[in-house]
Every structure is written in structure tokens, then in C-alpha cells.
Ligand binder design. Structure first.
Ligand code: FMN
Length: 155
């Protein structure tokens, strides 16, 4: 399957998981970029506010055209039990081009199921495969097993 992995990361966790997946399954990868980097406490508060209200914001144009792919893998941090605002914005912009979908999220410790459900219901599809990584899974290396399992489900 021709696969594109698209992710957003504010502090690097989702980026690390995204890079590991793309090396494992050899797919194209694109980071969602915003002009406003959501830095510091103001960035944190704004992000939580927008995420909990289901807002979208401005993102830079994509490098890859989604319509050429069979599978989209979406990666997002959990924000207030939901997908991040840049990911919601990407999905909204590409709503009529979304092929098969798989997704993953990273979080401090809670909101994985809700976030995966949030993504699926937003684009009105059931993800082919999904998983969530907690900060403790990053610390103890468990995330590697999760990625191996996920890779087998999407290739
Ligand atoms: C605005 C905001 C809201 C968050 N909400 C949650 C949450 O509801 N549950 C949780 O476990 N972690 C929450 N977190 C923590 C992030 O999901 C976690 O640190 C994630 O791995 C960050 O990914 P990143 O480094 O790719 O940005 C939140 C972080 C931010 C900035």
C-alpha cells in the first residue's frame, strides 16, 4: 500500500514515534507545520482551549498530495482528550481525499481511546489500526513493541 504518514508534534514525542514508524514501514512522512509554534505557557493554554472546543487554525501548505496514497497514517499528541488542533486542521483541509486511515497518538497518561475515537468520528471512518503511547511507554521502551505490532497491521 502506498502510505503517507502525517503528524504534528509540539514537543517531540509524536515526531519520534512518527520517524520510527516511517523507518519501519518505509513510507513517506510529513510534519504539519504552523507559523505559530505554540511555545510556552500561552501556547499550552491556547492549545488546550482550541482543542477542547474542536477549533481549527492556520497550517502551512502540505509537501505531499494526499490523493496519490492508499493509506493515511495520522499521528497526534492528545490535547484535552482530543486530537491536536493542527491535525484537525489537516483533516478538515483534506476531508474529501482521505483514503484508508490508521492513526496513533502520544500522551502523558490518559485520553488515548477518546482521541482515536475523536479522529475516527471526525472523518467518519473506522481506523484500520491504531495505538497510543504514554510517556511511561517512551521511558521504558515499550513503544517499540507497539510500533512493531502496528507496522504488521498496516503493511
Ligand atoms: C494543550 C495540551 C493538552 C494536553 N492534554 C493531555 C491529556 O488530555 N491527556 C494526556 O495524557 N496528556 C495531555 N497532554 C500531554 C501531551 O499529550 C503529551 O505530552 C504528548 O506526548 C506531547 O506530544 P508532542 O511532544 O509530540 O507534542 C497535553 C499537552 C498539551 C500541550
Amino acid at each position: 500500500m502506498k502510505t503517507l504518514l502525517v503528524y504534528y508534534s509540539r514537543t517531540g514525542n509524536t515526531r519520534m514515534i512518527a520517524n520510527t514508524i516511517s523507518e519501519s514501514i518505509k513510507c513517506d512522512i510529513e510534519e504539519i507545520v504552523e507559523k505559530d509554534k505554540r511555545k510556552g505557557i500561552i501556547g499550552y493554554i491556547k492549545s488546550g482551549y482550541q482543542a477542547s472546543r474542536g477549533k481549527v487554525d492556520h497550517i502551512e501548505d502540505s509537501k505531499y498530495e494526499l490523493s496519490g496514497y492508499d493509506l493515511l497514517i495520522i499521528g497526534t499528541p492528545v490535547w484535552a482528550g482530543k486530537m491536536s488542533v493542527p491535525v484537525r486542521t489537516y483533516l478538515k483541509k483534506n476531508m474529501n481525499k482521505i483514503p484508508l486511515l490508521a492513526c496513533f497518538c502520544t500522551c502523558g497518561g490518559s485520553g488515548i481511546e477518546k482521541t482515536i475515537e475523536n479522529i475516527g468520528s471526525y472523518v467518519n471512518t473506522t481506523p484500520l489500526a491504531s495505538f497510543g503511547v504514554k510517556s511511561s511507554d517512551i521511558k521504558d521502551g515499550t513503544y517499540n513493541n507497539m510500533i512493531e505490532k502496528f507496522a504488521l497491521e498496516v503493511i
